[in-house]
Design a binder for this molecule. Structure first.
Ligand SMILES: [Zn+2]
Length: 429
């Protein structure tokens, strides 16, 4: 081996050791704090303090993580090395520098014609989960007797495919983050077996079992199989989707489409319930332990500074109001406030730190209508998609998929029509 190669190896080892001192979340990337230099003097102290207190850090945080002084905030980048990022505040709104961002807020778009309210807008549709052959692994699968299995990833894709042409008719450029039952990530569960083993050992399972016994195995989460699968279909998959959104699609908005569920127990003999509801999520409400991760803290601050919240909250509120009106479901009330914070005015929107809402670098509205294992939604899912209306469960109505897609489209029309006519008015002054 040549000496230079040896030296390179030494440096690599040193670099890896230095990085190991970072406290990163699962499959988390090395935070590039220097990127935040572009946000110097783009926010006032009052706005920063408000977003920290009321949106992103509603559960508090260790006092050394973020210190807000009069002229600047000091944000811990690495506790081991006691390094900090200093963010200088703008003195007031009039003197603050423009916010660097690749997405376009509604107010920055030119006025649109009434029949084209989404013109010039780039919308990415992110149908949640994978469905198909992965649905059982994702635990987004149940079957009642011999009826058609319910697979959330298939349902969300169906909604996305109905929504896309409607949004295009309204003038938007529409992209799919996923448009098949295949993962975006090239990795597979077997690629994560070693990492899964390490995670389990670190979490106090000294000799993790290799395989799950059956779907009802009470200790399945402590097996290498279960951990490597979740590393694949959640962490790796969503991080790859984020790379697609952030580096290729560059949308002005991502719509994450999901169906909700209540605990269904045994997927082969699921509990059907009378409970059915609706809610939407935007990013925020980080837990204290999440803020301890250097990458999550960095991503939270980057998101805060991008002001995505100023766009996604009124947008989520408007979509939620349209959905509540059209699909006629009550708002979901989380049983505790441990991980979420209710925000906005519609009563249907919560802030929560989900991987997708955190990583996609633009406004993200995450929809969770319908309880798939409610008796009503289940009957409608079994009825499938159809045009017009049909009598299902004693009521004449649209297919559940069209009702979902139409209500989201109507909310978007309401939001952008109003926001862009406001642009036209202020532009005319
Ligand atoms: Zn989901």
């Amino acid at each position: 081996m040549k000496r230079t190669t040896l030296l390179t190896l030494c440096f690599l080892t040193l670099a890896l050791t230095a990085r190991a001192a970072e406290n990163l979340g699962t499959l988390g990337g090395h935070p590039r704090w220097s990127v935040l230099e572009g946000y110097q003097e783009t926010i006032t102290r009052d706005e920063f303090a408000h977003l920290i207190k009321d949106v992103y850090c509603t559960h508090g945080f260790a006092p050394d993580l973020i210190e807000i002084d009069t002229a600047a905030a000091r944000i811990l980048t690495n506790r081991g090395s006691q390094k900090f990022f200093i963010l200088q505040f703008a003195k007031d709104d009039a003197s603050r520098d423009p916010v660097p961002r690749l997405w376009h807020p509604a107010k920055s778009l030119p006025p649109a014609k009434a029949d084209n309210p989404l013109s010039g807008l780039r919308i990415a549709l992110d149908p949640g989960h994978l469905g198909g052959e992965w649905a059982k692994m994702e635990e987004r699968w149940f079957q009642v007797g011999n009826t058609q299995p319910v697979q959330e990833g298939d349902l969300t894709l169906k909604v996305a495919r109905l929504l896309a042409p409607r949004l295009r008719e309204l003038g938007a450029k529409v992209f799919f983050v996923r448009n098949s039952n295949e993962p975006v990530t090239a990795k597979r569960p077997d690629d994560f077996r070693e990492l899964a083993r390490k995670i389990l050992i670190r979490n106090g399972v000294p000799q993790p079992r290799s395989d799950v016994l059956d779907p009802n195995d009470p200790e399945k989460e402590q097996t290498i199989r279960w951990q490597s699968e979740i590393l694949f279909y959640r962490y790796s998959e969503i991080r790859r989707r984020a790379a697609l959104v952030n580096f290729k699609l560059h949308p002005d908005l991502v719509l994450c489409l999901h169906f909700n569920a209540e605990g269904w127990g045994d997927p082969n003999n699921p509990i059907l319930t009378d409970i059915n509801h609706l809610h939407l999520l935007v990013n925020g409400s980080y837990l204290q332990q999440e803020l301890e991760y250097d990458d999550e803290r960095f991503e939270m601050i980057r998101r805060l500074l991008s002001r995505a919240y100023g766009e996604e909250l009124p947008l989520a509120d408007t979509i939620a109001t349209a959905m509540a009106r059209e699909i006629k479901l009550p708002p979901y009330e989380y049983p505790t406030t441990n991980s979420t914070t209710k925000v906005g005015t519609s009563g249907n929107v919560y802030a929560r730190n989900l991987l997708a809402t955190r990583l996609y670098r633009c406004p993200v509205v995450y929809c969770e209508p319908y309880v798939m294992n409610s008796k009503d939604a289940f009957a409608r899912i079994q009825a499938g998609d159809y045009e017009g209306t049909r009598n299902v469960n004693g009521l004449e109505r649209k297919s559940i998929f069209r009702e979902y897609a139409d209500s989201v489209a109507d909310g978007l029309v309401e939001y952008y029509s109003k926001a862009r006519s406001a642009t036209a008015r202020s532009g005319g002054l």
